[in-house]
Design a protein around this ligand. Structure first.
Ligand SMILES: *Cc1c(COP(=O)(O)O)cnc(C)c1O
Length: 223
């Protein structure tokens, strides 16, 4: 594993995808998902210039955060969160990407000591194994979510099926972008809805084509 080479490649590929789409340089943030590696490797990655770290599990998030919080990076919790663990982790989270129920939002509201930036996770593909609101469900709960003023709803997060090919990926990501724009136009309080968290190692190019502003990349850094 050549961390330096991999990091250069990821950033080059992301820049290329941004330019090919005619978007502005710097309009996509790269989150390095460090769930596959130890603290030392994550630290090395930060030394290579990575500015965003993502973990999908609370225990791993806290482990990395407590070891590396002096490095000045932004901390993303990207995986599903049980309500009983909210109080342990939410004080340290800069962005939470997997808000998938009103009950979880109410728990965050109760435990937050400041405004927490959250992505609402949507299950656009309809896969049973995936977390997230369905489109219809989300539109129904928006007013209730919006009344929770300790949460800033920065955008939508989605995941495409593992085996999806280009056409299906574009369909899912476009639909997510359209939903984000529709919600933004409603101008609910606490809901700027300017961001899109979509794209992983195998589908970030398609995601960037469809307006993603945060890509969550693991494997490509550590192959
Ligand atoms: C692991 C993970 C990623 C990164 O996936 P790769 O395919 O390794 O790039 C992105 N998002 C979530 C929620 C993950 O759990």
């Amino acid at each position: 594993m050549d961390l330096k080479e991999n990091t250069n490649q990821v950033f080059q590929q992301v820049t290329k995808a941004i330019q090919e789409t005619g978007r502005e340089d710097g309009s996509v943030s790269v989150i390095a998902v460090t769930k596959y590696v130890d603290i030392v490797t994550a630290a090395n990655l930060i030394d290579q210039g990575v500015k965003h770290i993502g973990e999908n599990r609370v225990d791993k998030f806290l482990e990395k955060y407590h070891a590396l919080s002096d490095k000045g990076v932004t901390w993303h919790l990207i995986g599903s969160l049980q309500r009983r663990k909210v109080k342990d982790v939410i004080p340290f989270v800069d962005y939470f990407h997997a808000l998938d129920s009103l009950k979880l939002a109410q728990e965050i509201q109760k435990r937050a000591d400041r405004t927490v930036k959250c992505f609402l996770q949507v299950n656009i593909s309809g896969e049973e194994s995936k977390h997230g609101f369905s489109k219809e469900e989300l539109l129904t709960v928006l007013p209730d979510l919006s009344s929770l003023d300790q949460i800033e709803y920065v955008g939508l997060m989605t995941m495409a099926p593992f085996e999806a090919q280009t056409e299906e990926l574009q369909k899912i990501f476009k639909e997510t972008q359209e939903l984000q724009q529709y919600i933004r136009e409603q101008q609910f309080p606490n809901m700027p809805m300017t961001e899109l968290s979509m794209g992983m190692s195998r589908d970030y190019k398609e995601a960037i084509q469809c307006g993603s502003t945060f890509v969550r990349i693991g494997t490509a850094f550590f192959k």
